[in-house]
Design a protein. Structure first.
Lengths: 291, 316
C-alpha cells in the first residue's frame, strides 16, 4: 500500500484520469493557473484556479467533518460485567487538493457513495451525523475473509499514472483500461478507502444490555496506516445504564501503525475527553415516529 | 412720497434685521443641531445594531438600530427647539394632550408598534426564515415596528401589519434542521402488504437524502373504498425536503409499478338487480340522435335503464 498522502505530479498541459467511487475523475491542467476538474458526468466539469507554482495533486483519506453514528448490522448484546471487542469498517472520504508539497489547497472532499446521514438526538435539537451501517467482525483478518464481495460493493480506486516513490512490491499489473498519462498503472486497493475501527463495549451495569447504535463525536477518531490498511484509534464504550453510555477515544490498536499525515506534517488531533451519549434516546421521542 | 419712503426705509431696516447674523444664527444652529443629531444618531444606531447582530439576532439589530436613531434624533429636535427659544417644558406638557389626540388618530399604528415589540420578545421567526403566515408563504425580509415584510416564492413582496401578524397562525419552516416527509399512497386490496412494506422501506434506505435515524416507516393507515391507504414517513434535512419528497414519490411509484402492485383509483361498482335478459337494439342512423350516439350506431337498452352497452357484452 502506498503511504498516504499520495502526491501526483501535475505539470501544465497534462491531464490525469482516475477512477474514484465508480466514477471517472479527470483533471486537465489548461495552463499554469487553471485546471478543469470533472467527477462523473461531463456536465460536472469545473474550472479551478490554481497557484502558478502548483505542481502536485494530493489525495488524502479523511473521516469527513461530521460525527459518526454507527449502526451495526448485528446488534450487540453485552452481559453484565463483561466486555465485547469488535471491529467495524468506516468508509473514508477522499480529500483532493492542488498545490505544492508544502501548500496544498482543497478542491473537493469526495464522500463515499455508500454513506448516508442520520440524526443523533431528538428531532428538534439533534445533530446530523454520517451514518454507517456495517457488519462487524472480531478482527480485521476475519472481516476481510468473510467479506469477499466488498470489492463489488464499493469500486476500487485506480491511479492511471505511475505513483512517485511507489513500492513496486504492492503495485498491480498494468491495466490498459485505466491508463492515464503514462503506461504504468497502479491500483489502490479497495481496502484503502476503508478504515477499520476497533470498539470495546464494557457493560458496567448488572443486567445484559443491547446496543443498536454508537455515536462517535467528531474529533474522537484519527486515521493511522499500516502496510496493508487504514486504522482508527480504539474506542471504548462503557454502558452506564439502559439509556446512556460513555465513549472514550483511545490509542491505535496497532503500535506499528503510523498516523496519516494530513499534509505539511500535520496530524489529526484526537479529542480524548470522555463523551456521554444517549444510545436509547429514541424512547424519549417515540411520539415523533408514530404521529 | 414721504410716506412711501418712510415705509420703504422701515422695511429695509427690518429686512436687515432679519438677515443679520443675530437673527439667523438661532435657526442655523437649530438646523445644524438637527443635522449633527441625525448623523450621530445614524452612527450610534449602526454601532448598536452591529453589536446586537453579533449575538446572532438580525431582528434585534434592526429594532435596536431604529430605536437608537429615533431617540437620538428626538433629543436633537428638543435641543434645536430650545435653541429657537421655545420652552421645552411647555412643549412636553402639551405633548401629553397631543399624545392623547394622536393616540386616537394613530390607534392602528400604535397597536402595530406594540405588536412589533411583542413579536421582538416572542420571536416566532427571524429575518431570513421561511414562514407561512395564514396563507402567505415566503421568506422574512424585515421585521419593522409597524409591519413585517415577506417575499413570497413567486417573488411578491407582502407587507403584513404586526397587529394582524400577532393574531395569525405562524408556521416556521426553518426553525428545526430536519423535517419529516410524508407521502400518502394507496395499494389495491389483495396486495402483498409485507412485500409492499419491504420494497418501500428498501427505497428509503437506499436514498441518500433520507436519514437513517429516525428510521423511515411505512404505516398501513386504513382500508378505504378503493384500496388500502399507507403513510410513508421518512426524515430528511430541511434543505433537502422538496427534493427528497419528489424523488421518493417517484421512486415509490416506479418500484410499485415494477413489482406489479396496483395503485388503485377511486371506483364504484354498481350491481344491477335485473333478473331477466337485457334487450339491446342497434340501428343505423345518418345524424346524431338522443340519447347516445357513437360511430353512428345507437344501442338502446330496454330494462328500465338507458345505458351504452357496446363494451359490456350483456346478453341480448
Amino acid at each position: 500500500m502506498h503511504p498516504w498522502p499520495i502526491d501526483i505530479p501535475f505539470a501544465s498541459g497534462t491531464s490525469l484520469k482516475l477512477q474514484a467511487f465508480g466514477e471517472d475523475l479527470l483533471f486537465e491542467r489548461i495552463n499554469a493557473s487553471r485546471l478543469t476538474y470533472t467527477f462523473g458526468k461531463p456536465e460536472s466539469k469545473r474550472l479551478v484556479a490554481v497557484a502558478d507554482k502548483a505542481t502536485i495533486i494530493r489525495f488524502l483519506p479523511t473521516l469527513g467533518e461530521r460525527a459518526l453514528l454507527f449502526f451495526p448490522e448485528t446488534k450487540f448484546l453485552c452481559p453484565a460485567g463483561l466486555e465485547l471487542r469488535t471491529i467495524f469498517p468506516l468508509p473514508v472520504h477522499l480529500h483532493i487538493g492542488v498545490g505544492t508539497p508544502t501548500d496544498v489547497r482543497l478542491i473537493e472532499d469526495l464522500a463515499p457513495p455508500t454513506t448516508t446521514r442520520a440524526l443523533y438526538g431528538p428531532v428538534d435539537s439533534g445533530i446530523i451525523c454520517t451514518s454507517v451501517r456495517a457488519r462487524t467482525a472480531s478482527s480485521i483478518t476475519d472481516y476481510l475473509n468473510s467479506h469477499t464481495d466488498e470489492g463489488t460493493k464499493v469500486p476500487e480506486f485506480h491511479f492511471g499514472s505511475k505513483l512517485p516513490n511507489d513500492d513496486p512490491s504492492v503495485a498491480e499489473p498494468s491495466d490498459a483500461t485505466n491508463a492515464g498519462t503514462t503506461n504504468a498503472s497502479n491500483k489502490i486497493r479497495f481496502n484503502q478507502l476503508i478504515a477499520y475501527a476497533t470498539i470495546t463495549i464494557i457493560n458496567t451495569t448488572n443486567e445484559p444490555l443491547e446496543v443498536s447504535k454508537i455515536m462517535i463525536p467528531y474529533n474522537a477518531l484519527s486515521l493511522y496506516q499500516t502496510n496493508s490498511y487504514l486504522l482508527c484509534n480504539e474506542i471504548q464504550m462503557r454502558l452506564l445504564s439502559r439509556l446512556e453510555a460513555e465513549i472514550t477515544p483511545g490509542d491505535c490498536p496497532d503500535p506499528k501503525a503510523k498516523p496519516v499525515d494530513q499534509g505539511q506534517g500535520r496530524f489529526a488531533v484526537v479529542d480524548r475527553r470522555p463523551h456521554i451519549f444517549a444510545y436509547a434516546y429514541r424512547s424519549k421521542t417515540g411520539l415523533d415516529y408514530g404521529f | 412720497m414721504d410716506f412711501i419712503d418712510t415705509k420703504l426705509q422701515a422695511f429695509s431696516k427690518s429686512l436687515e434685521g432679519m438677515t443679520s447674523w443675530e437673527a439667523l444664527s438661532p435657526y442655523l444652529i437649530a438646523l445644524l443641531t438637527l443635522i449633527i443629531g441625525y448623523l450621530i444618531g445614524r452612527s450610534l444606531a449602526k454601532a448598536a445594531g452591529s453589536i446586537v447582530r453579533q449575538s446572532g439576532s438580525a431582528h434585534g439589530a434592526l429594532l435596536t438600530q431604529k430605536i437608537v436613531l429615533y431617540v437620538v434624533f428626538t433629543i436633537a429636535v428638543i435641543f434645536a427647539l430650545a435653541n429657537l427659544g421655545l420652552k421645552v417644558s411647555g412643549l412636553l406638557a402639551t405633548a401629553g394632550i397631543f399624545t392623547v389626540a394622536l393616540g386616537f388618530a394613530a390607534q392602528t399604528s400604535v397597536s402595530n408598534v406594540i405588536s412589533g415589540f411583542f413579536l421582538f420578545f416572542d420571536r416566532p421567526f427571524s429575518i431570513g426564515d421561511t414562514v407561512k403566515i395564514d396563507t402567505t408563504l415566503g421568506t422574512v425580509l424585515s421585521i419593522d415596528l409597524l409591519s413585517t415584510r415577506i417575499r413570497t416564492f413567486d417573488n411578491l413582496m407582502v407587507r403584513i401589519p404586526n397587529e394582524g401578524l400577532l393574531k395569525s397562525t405562524i408556521i416556521n419552516y426553518t426553525l428545526y434542521n430536519v423535517r419529516r416527509v410524508e407521502i400518502p399512497i394507496s395499494v389495491a386490496f389483495g396486495s402483498d402488504l409485507q412485500h409492499v412494506r419491504e420494497i418501500i422501506i428498501g427505497i428509503m434506505n437506499n436514498h441518500k437524502l433520507i436519514l437513517d435515524e429516525p428510521a423511515p416507516a411505512v404505516i398501513f393507515d386504513m382500508m378505504t373504498d378503493s384500496g388500502i391507504n399507507l403513510l410513508v414517513r421518512a426524515w430528511t434535512e430541511r434543505a433537502d425536503y422538496i427534493t427528497a419528497r419528489s424523488e421518493l414519490t417517484m421512486g415509490i411509484h416506479n418500484v410499485l409499478v415494477e413489482s406489479g402492485i396496483t395503485i388503485p383509483f377511486p371506483q364504484r361498482i354498481v350491481h344491477l338487480e335485473q333478473t331477466g335478459p337485457w334487450r339491446v337494439e342497434t340501428y343505423q342512423t345518418d345524424a346524431p340522435a338522443e340519447p347516445v350516439a357513437r360511430k353512428g350506431v345507437h344501442i338502446k337498452a330496454t330494462s328500465g335503464i338507458q345505458a351504452l352497452q357496446d363494451t359490456m357484452g350483456k346478453p341480448e
